[in-house]
Ligand binder design. Structure first.
Ligand SMILES: CC(C)(COP(=O)(O)OP(=O)(O)OC[C@H]1O[C@@H](n2cnc3c(N)ncnc32)[C@H](O)[C@@H]1OP(=O)(O)O)[C@@H](O)C(=O)NCCC(=O)NCCS
Length: 155
Protein backbone atom coordinates (compact mmCIF):
# COMPACT_ATOMS: atom_id res chain seq x y z
CA UNK A 1 0.00 0.00 0.00
CA UNK A 2 1.03 3.62 -0.33
CA UNK A 3 2.29 5.07 2.92
CA UNK A 4 -0.22 6.82 5.14
CA UNK A 5 0.63 9.61 7.53
CA UNK A 6 -1.32 10.00 10.77
CA UNK A 7 -1.96 13.53 12.03
CA UNK A 8 -3.88 14.76 15.05
CA UNK A 9 -6.96 16.85 14.31
CA UNK A 10 -9.15 19.13 16.36
CA UNK A 11 -12.51 20.89 16.16
CA UNK A 12 -11.19 22.89 13.16
CA UNK A 13 -11.10 19.66 11.12
CA UNK A 14 -14.72 18.74 11.93
CA UNK A 15 -15.82 19.22 8.31
CA UNK A 16 -13.10 16.82 7.06
CA UNK A 17 -14.11 14.23 9.65
CA UNK A 18 -17.78 14.67 8.80
CA UNK A 19 -17.08 14.03 5.11
CA UNK A 20 -15.01 10.92 5.92
CA UNK A 21 -17.74 9.62 8.23
CA UNK A 22 -20.45 10.10 5.61
CA UNK A 23 -18.39 8.37 2.90
CA UNK A 24 -17.57 5.47 5.21
CA UNK A 25 -20.96 4.89 6.86
CA UNK A 26 -23.39 6.39 4.32
CA UNK A 27 -25.02 8.55 6.96
CA UNK A 28 -24.43 12.07 8.23
CA UNK A 29 -22.59 13.27 11.32
CA UNK A 30 -23.00 17.06 11.32
CA UNK A 31 -19.74 19.05 11.52
CA UNK A 32 -21.02 21.21 14.39
CA UNK A 33 -21.89 18.13 16.45
CA UNK A 34 -18.47 16.66 15.72
CA UNK A 35 -16.77 19.94 16.64
CA UNK A 36 -18.69 19.97 19.91
CA UNK A 37 -17.61 16.41 20.67
CA UNK A 38 -13.97 17.20 19.82
CA UNK A 39 -13.99 20.20 22.13
CA UNK A 40 -14.96 17.93 25.05
CA UNK A 41 -12.50 16.82 27.73
CA UNK A 42 -10.08 14.08 26.70
CA UNK A 43 -11.48 13.73 23.17
CA UNK A 44 -9.12 13.59 20.20
CA UNK A 45 -9.16 12.74 16.50
CA UNK A 46 -6.52 11.21 14.25
CA UNK A 47 -6.69 11.51 10.47
CA UNK A 48 -4.85 9.29 7.99
CA UNK A 49 -3.50 11.18 4.98
CA UNK A 50 -2.29 9.47 1.80
CA UNK A 51 0.91 10.45 0.04
CA UNK A 52 -0.97 13.17 -1.84
CA UNK A 53 -2.13 14.64 1.48
CA UNK A 54 -5.74 13.50 0.98
CA UNK A 55 -7.64 12.32 4.07
CA UNK A 56 -8.58 8.63 3.71
CA UNK A 57 -9.59 7.63 7.23
CA UNK A 58 -9.93 8.70 10.84
CA UNK A 59 -10.11 7.46 14.41
CA UNK A 60 -11.85 9.23 17.28
CA UNK A 61 -10.94 8.52 20.87
CA UNK A 62 -11.46 9.72 24.41
CA UNK A 63 -9.37 9.31 27.56
CA UNK A 64 -10.86 9.81 31.00
CA UNK A 65 -9.85 8.58 34.44
CA UNK A 66 -7.12 6.31 33.10
CA UNK A 67 -9.36 4.59 30.55
CA UNK A 68 -9.42 5.06 26.81
CA UNK A 69 -12.37 4.60 24.50
CA UNK A 70 -12.39 4.11 20.75
CA UNK A 71 -15.40 6.18 19.66
CA UNK A 72 -15.22 5.62 15.91
CA UNK A 73 -12.81 4.46 13.23
CA UNK A 74 -13.22 4.23 9.47
CA UNK A 75 -11.40 4.17 6.17
CA UNK A 76 -12.91 5.35 2.89
CA UNK A 77 -14.47 2.30 1.19
CA UNK A 78 -11.88 2.19 -1.61
CA UNK A 79 -8.96 2.47 0.84
CA UNK A 80 -9.76 -0.51 3.03
CA UNK A 81 -7.87 -3.76 3.52
CA UNK A 82 -4.46 -2.12 3.02
CA UNK A 83 -3.41 -1.79 6.64
CA UNK A 84 -4.81 1.71 7.23
CA UNK A 85 -7.28 0.63 9.91
CA UNK A 86 -4.55 -1.12 11.88
CA UNK A 87 -2.25 1.89 11.48
CA UNK A 88 -4.92 4.23 12.86
CA UNK A 89 -5.78 1.83 15.68
CA UNK A 90 -2.11 1.50 16.68
CA UNK A 91 -1.75 5.31 16.65
CA UNK A 92 -4.90 5.66 18.76
CA UNK A 93 -3.55 3.15 21.29
CA UNK A 94 -0.28 5.07 21.52
CA UNK A 95 -2.18 8.35 21.91
CA UNK A 96 -4.35 6.89 24.69
CA UNK A 97 -1.28 5.48 26.44
CA UNK A 98 0.46 8.86 26.26
CA UNK A 99 -2.64 10.45 27.81
CA UNK A 100 -2.43 8.07 30.77
CA UNK A 101 -4.85 5.29 29.81
CA UNK A 102 -4.02 1.76 30.95
CA UNK A 103 -7.03 0.09 29.27
CA UNK A 104 -8.85 0.74 26.01
CA UNK A 105 -12.53 -0.08 25.47
CA UNK A 106 -14.69 -0.16 22.35
CA UNK A 107 -18.08 -1.33 21.11
CA UNK A 108 -18.59 -3.17 17.85
CA UNK A 109 -21.70 -4.54 16.15
CA UNK A 110 -21.86 -8.33 16.25
CA UNK A 111 -22.26 -8.38 12.44
CA UNK A 112 -19.27 -6.12 11.65
CA UNK A 113 -16.82 -8.81 10.59
CA UNK A 114 -14.18 -6.39 9.27
CA UNK A 115 -14.03 -4.41 12.51
CA UNK A 116 -14.13 -7.56 14.65
CA UNK A 117 -11.19 -8.93 12.64
CA UNK A 118 -9.29 -5.67 13.08
CA UNK A 119 -9.86 -5.54 16.84
CA UNK A 120 -9.16 -9.22 17.53
CA UNK A 121 -5.98 -8.99 15.48
CA UNK A 122 -4.90 -6.01 17.56
CA UNK A 123 -5.30 -7.91 20.82
CA UNK A 124 -8.80 -6.93 21.95
CA UNK A 125 -10.89 -9.42 23.92
CA UNK A 126 -14.63 -9.59 24.46
CA UNK A 127 -15.71 -8.07 27.76
CA UNK A 128 -19.49 -7.94 27.46
CA UNK A 129 -22.58 -7.67 25.28
CA UNK A 130 -25.04 -4.79 24.92
CA UNK A 131 -28.33 -6.16 23.57
CA UNK A 132 -30.01 -4.14 20.81
CA UNK A 133 -27.37 -1.40 21.02
CA UNK A 134 -27.31 -0.29 17.37
CA UNK A 135 -30.47 1.04 15.72
CA UNK A 136 -30.84 1.74 12.02
CA UNK A 137 -34.06 3.01 10.48
CA UNK A 138 -35.94 0.13 8.87
CA UNK A 139 -33.68 -2.59 10.25
CA UNK A 140 -33.66 -4.82 13.32
CA UNK A 141 -31.52 -3.64 16.24
CA UNK A 142 -28.06 -5.20 16.40
CA UNK A 143 -26.19 -6.21 19.56
CA UNK A 144 -22.83 -4.67 20.41
CA UNK A 145 -19.85 -6.57 21.73
CA UNK A 146 -17.83 -4.62 24.28
CA UNK A 147 -14.12 -5.29 23.82
CA UNK A 148 -11.10 -4.23 25.80
CA UNK A 149 -7.34 -4.36 25.63
CA UNK A 150 -4.67 -3.48 28.14
CA UNK A 151 -2.36 -0.71 26.92
CA UNK A 152 1.33 -0.22 27.46
CA UNK A 153 2.47 -3.04 25.19
CA UNK A 154 1.71 -1.37 21.85
CA UNK A 155 4.07 -1.83 18.94
C1 LIG B 1 -13.10 -1.74 10.09
C2 LIG B 1 -12.20 -0.94 9.17
C3 LIG B 1 -11.85 0.39 9.83
C4 LIG B 1 -10.90 -1.73 8.91
O1 LIG B 1 -10.00 -0.89 8.19
P1 LIG B 1 -8.99 -1.51 7.10
O2 LIG B 1 -8.05 -0.44 6.71
O3 LIG B 1 -9.75 -2.18 6.04
O4 LIG B 1 -8.26 -2.60 8.00
P2 LIG B 1 -6.80 -3.21 7.75
O5 LIG B 1 -6.49 -3.26 6.29
O6 LIG B 1 -5.84 -2.50 8.64
O7 LIG B 1 -7.02 -4.71 8.25
C5 LIG B 1 -6.60 -5.14 9.54
C6 LIG B 1 -7.25 -6.48 9.83
O8 LIG B 1 -8.66 -6.31 10.02
C7 LIG B 1 -9.35 -7.48 9.53
N1 LIG B 1 -10.20 -7.10 8.41
C8 LIG B 1 -10.23 -5.92 7.76
N2 LIG B 1 -11.19 -5.94 6.82
C9 LIG B 1 -11.77 -7.15 6.86
C10 LIG B 1 -12.84 -7.75 6.17
N3 LIG B 1 -13.48 -7.11 5.18
N4 LIG B 1 -13.22 -8.99 6.51
C11 LIG B 1 -12.58 -9.66 7.50
N5 LIG B 1 -11.54 -9.14 8.22
C12 LIG B 1 -11.16 -7.89 7.89
C13 LIG B 1 -8.28 -8.44 9.07
O9 LIG B 1 -7.92 -9.25 10.18
C14 LIG B 1 -7.14 -7.49 8.71
O10 LIG B 1 -5.89 -8.07 8.75
P3 LIG B 1 -5.36 -8.81 7.39
O11 LIG B 1 -5.58 -7.84 6.25
O12 LIG B 1 -3.91 -9.05 7.70
O13 LIG B 1 -6.17 -10.03 7.24
C15 LIG B 1 -12.87 -0.69 7.78
O14 LIG B 1 -13.37 -1.92 7.30
C16 LIG B 1 -13.99 0.32 7.80
O15 LIG B 1 -13.76 1.52 7.65
N6 LIG B 1 -15.24 -0.17 7.97
C17 LIG B 1 -16.43 0.72 8.00
C18 LIG B 1 -16.49 1.52 9.28
C19 LIG B 1 -16.58 0.62 10.49
O16 LIG B 1 -17.29 -0.37 10.50
N7 LIG B 1 -15.85 1.00 11.55
C20 LIG B 1 -15.82 0.24 12.78
C21 LIG B 1 -16.97 0.51 13.66
S1 LIG B 1 -16.94 2.16 14.32
Amino acid sequence: MTALRIVEAGPAEAAVLSALYESAFGEAWAPDQLAQLLAGPGVFALIALDDAGEPVGYALGRVAAGEGELLSIALLPDRRRRGGGRLLLDALMERCTAAGAAMLFLEVATDNMAALGLYRGAGFHEAGLRKGYYHKVGAAAVDAIVMRRALGDVG
